[in-house]
Design a protein around this ligand. Structure first.
Ligand SMILES: Nc1nc2c(ncn2[C@@H]2O[C@H](COP(=O)(O)OP(=O)(O)OP(=O)(O)O)[C@@H](O)[C@H]2O)c(=O)[nH]1
Ligand SMILES: [Mg+2]
Length: 590
C-alpha cells in the first residue's frame, strides 16, 4: 500500500517522482513538495493512514479533527481517500491533491458504477468545491467528494459534499449537497451509496436496453480544417453504426503543436471525458490513429474506454469475418495492432474490457505476454500462407478455364455486391453498412454470343485503410491481381466522391495494381438528377448505372463486352469457380 503525496494535472511541475520509504509505507512525492514536512508530521500522517472508520459514516468526528489539526500544523491541505469499508486507501498532501487513475487501478469501475472510494480533503480557508474537485469526482468516478473547512484553531467547520448523477436531460454531472457544519452532518453513507448506485445502474440498464448497443462520443483532433474534420467524422459515424455503436456526440479540435501527448490538449481531453460521462457514453472514438504512447497517456487520465478508427475498423472486420480465411486475417491484423500496445501495460489494456475494440482475440489472449502473441502471429502467418496456397490452386483452376476475370473494386458501401448480384442473379449479402463484404465471391457471367467472364466481388476500400489491415488482407487483395479488368464502382451520390475515388486509386497504386485496365462506373445514379449524371459521367469518363436496376446496366455490359478479350464460347460445362454458371446476363436479353 502506498501513501501518495502526489499532485496531478499540473504539467509544469517537475515530473520526477522519488520514493521514500517510511516505516512500512511507500511515500511517493514530487521533488520539493514534501520538503519542510517534519518527521513528526510524517509519523502523524502514517497514523492517519492506519485509521479505520465505520462504513456508515462519511468521516468520523475523530478522524476529521485529527486531519484538520494536522492540516493546520503542516499548513497544508490533506486528502483522505476512503474505501466503502472505511479503510484509508491513500493520504494525500498538498493543495489540489488528488489520486491518479493509475494508483486506483485495483479499484475497477464500470461505465455506470462508482469506484467505491470517496475523497475528503481539508481546506485551510472556507471554500466550496472547485471545478477541479468536480472533475476529479467525475473522472475518477468517486462515491463522493468533500471539502472540509478548517478553522484557525484547527477544528473542522463546514463540509461541502458532491456526488455524481445518472445521465440526465439537463446534462448535469453532479449534485452539490447543501454545505453543513461538520457536526451536523446526517448522512447514512451505506444506504445513501446503495441508492445512488442503484439509480446509476438503472439508468445504465435503461440506456443499454433502449439502444441495445454501446454508445460513443466521436472525436477528431487534427490540424485540418473544421469542415474537413466534420466530413471525416461523418464517415466515422457510419463506421460506428456499422459496428453497432450509437453515436451520442461529436467533438472537433484543430490541434496545434505540442498536443502530441494526448493528441489533443489536456483541458479538451478532460472536457471530452466529462461530456462522455454526462451523456452516459461507453467509449470515446478518435478519428485519428492513437500512437501506443498516446493511448497510454490517455488511459492515465481516464478510465473510459478510448479507441481509434483503426480499432473500430478492426472490430467491424472481426464481426463480419465468416470464413476461416477472413477470421485468420482479422485476428492477425488485430494482434499486429495490439502488440506494440501490449508491452508492459497489462493494466491499461485490461481496462479495454469487453465490447467494441476488444472483439477477436479475447481479453486473456490480450493479456498474455509479448512472446505468446508473437507465437500466435507466427502461427497465423503460417495459416495464411496455407490459405494462399489454396488460393493459388483456385486461381490456377480459373486460369485453366481460360475465362477472363472482371473484378469489382471500390469504396466500401458503393454498391459492389449489389452490382454482382444484379449482373449474375446472385444473392450475396448487400446492405447499407460499411464493410458488409469481407470475403471474395466469384460468379460467372455469360454475355451474348456465349462469351463468359468470371466476376468477383471483394472487400471494399476506405481512406487511410489501416496498414495492418492491408498487410493482413493481402491474400484477399492479391486475388485482384488476376483480374483482366477492374470495375471501379463509385457511389455517385456520396458527398466526398472525389476523396473516395482518390482513396481507391491510391490503394490500387500501393498494391501495384494500377496497371490493370480499369472501367469506372458511377453507381446509385437513381439518386441524382439526369443532368447531374451526365455531368459526372463526362467528368470521370465513367458509365452511369443503378445497380438496383437491371435495365440501367445495359450500356455497361455492352461496353465491357467490347473490352474483354475474345474468349472461347461456352460449349461444355467447365469447372466452376464457386457456383454453377448463372443464366444469361442482361445483355443477352437486349
Ligand atoms: N439507391 C441505390 N442504392 C444502391 C444502389 N446500389 C446499391 N445500393 C445500396 O447501397 C448499399 C450498399 O450496397 P452494397 O452492395 O452492400 O455495397 P458494397 O460496395 O458491396 O459495400 P461493402 O461490401 O460494405 O464494401 C445497399 O443498401 C444497397 O441496397 C443503387 O444503384 N441505388
Ligand atoms: Mg459488398
Amino acid at each position: 500500500m502506498c501513501v501518495a503525496f502526489r499532485r496531478t494535472w499540473r504539467s509544469h511541475w517537475p515530473k520526477t517522482v522519488t520514493l521514500k520509504y517510511f516505516g512500512s509505507l511507500t511515500i511517493a512525492t514530487i521533488h520539493g513538495q514534501i520538503s519542510g514536512l517534519k518527521a513528526s508530521h510524517l509519523a502523524a500522517l502514517e497514523r492517519l493512514y492506519r485509521r479505520r472508520i465505520p462504513a456508515s459514516v462519511v468521516i468520523t468526528t475523530e478522524l476529521a479533527r485529527t486531519a484538520s489539526q494536522l492540516s493546520r500544523d503542516m499548513r497544508r491541505p490533506i486528502g483522505l481517500l476512503i474505501t466503502r469499508r472505511g479503510v484509508i486507501e491513500q493520504v494525500l498532501v498538498g493543495p489540489g491533491c488528488a489520486p491518479t487513475i493509475e494508483s486506483l487501478a485495483k479499484f475497477r469501475v464500470g461505465a455506470h458504477s462508482l469506484r467505491g472510494l470517496r475523497l475528503i480533503r481539508t481546506h485551510l480557508h472556507e471554500e466550496p468545491l472547485s471545478q477541479e474537485d468536480i472533475t476529479h469526482l467525475a473522472m475518477l468516478r468517486l462515491d463522493l467528494i468533500g471539502v472540509l473547512g478548517v478553522t484557525q484553531e484547527g477544528e473542522p467547520s463546514l463540509l461541502h459534499l458532491a456526488h455524481l448523477l445518472p445521465p440526465n436531460p439537463e446534462g448535469e454531472v453532479c449534485r452539490l449537497l447543501k454545505p453543513v457544519p461538520f457536526h451536523e452532518l446526517d448522512l447514512q453513507l451505506d444506504t445513501f451509496l446503495h441508492t445512488l448506485e442503484s439509480d446509476l445502474q438503472r439508468s445504465a440498464t435503461h440506456h443499454t436496453v433502449s439502444a441495445g448497443t454501446e454508445s460513443a462520443i466521436l472525436v477528431s483532433a487534427s490540424p485540418r480544417s473544421r469542415a474537413e474534420q466534420e466530413e471525416h467524422l461523418e464517415e466515422l459515424s457510419e463506421l460506428a453504426e456499422s459496428a453497432g455503436v450509437r453515436v451520442l456526440d461529436r467533438v472537433v479540435q484543430r490541434t496545434q503543436e505540442g498536443y502530441e501527448r494526448y493528441l489533443l490538449g489536456k483541458g479538451k481531453l478532460k472536457e471530452m471525458v466529462m461530456r462522455a460521462l454526462q451523456k452516459g457514453a461507453d467509449l470515446i472514438i478518435f478519428d485519428q490513429d492513437l500512437a501506443p504512447a498516446q493511448a497510454r497517456a490517455i488511459s492515465e487520465v481516464t478510465d473510459i474506454k478510448v479507441i481509434d478508427r483503426t480499432q473500430l475498423i478492426l472490430d467491424i472486420f472481426a464481426r463480419r469475418a465468416h470464413t476461416r480465411e477472413g477470421k485468420v486475417q482479422v485476428e492477425l491484423a488485430q494482434l499486429r495492432y495490439l502488440l506494440p500496445r501490449l508491452l508492459g501495460h497489462g493494466t491499461s489494456l485490461s481496462r479495454l474490457g469487453g465490447g467494441i475494440g476488444s472483439r477477436g482475440p479475447g481479453e486473456t489472449k490480450l493479456e498474455t505476454d509479448r512472446r505468446r502473441i508473437r507465437d500466435r502471429i507466427a502461427h497465423l502467418e503460417r495459416e495464411i500462407a496455407d490459405v494462399a496456397r489454396h488460393q493459388d490452386q483456385r486461381r490456377a483452376k480459373r486460369i485453366r478455364q481460360g475465362l477472363p476475370i472482371l473484378s469489382i473494386v471500390g469504396y466500401t458501401n458503393a454498391g459492389k455486391s449489389t452490382l454482382l448480384n444484379t449482373l449474375t442473379h446472385s444473392e450475396i449479402p448487400a446492405q447499407d453498412r460499411l464493410f458488409e463484404t469481407l470475403d471474395t465471391t466469384s460468379r460467372r457471367l455469360r454475355f451474348p454470343h456465349d462469351r463468359e467472364v468470371i466476376v468477383t466481388d471483394t472487400v471494399g476500400f476506405i481512406r487511410d485503410l489501416p496498414k495492418d489491415l492491408v498487410g493482413a488482407f493481402r491474400t484477399t487483395l492479391e486475388e485482384l491481381r488476376d483480374a483482366d479488368l477492374l470495375l471501379h464502382v463509385v457511389d455517385a451520390s456520396a458527398v466526398d466522391i472525389d476523396q473516395q475515388i482518390k482513396a481507391v486509386d491510391s490503394i490500387l497504386q500501393s498494391l501495384n495494381m494500377d496497371t490493370i485496365p480499369r472501367v469506372m462506373v458511377l453507381n446509385k445514379c437513381d439518386r441524382l438528377a439526369a443532368q447531374e449524371v451526365t455531368a459526372l459521367s463526362a467528368r470521370y469518363h465513367a458509365i452511369g448505372i443503378s445497380a438496383l436496376n437491371r435495365d440501367s446496366l445495359r450500356p455497361l455490359i455492352a461496353h465491357l463486352e467490347t473490352l474483354l478479350p475474345v474468349v472461347p464460347s461456352f460449349s461444355a460445362p467447365a469447372e466452376h469457380p464457386d457456383q454453377p454458371p448463372q443464366d444469361l446476363a442482361l445483355a443477352s436479353r437486349s
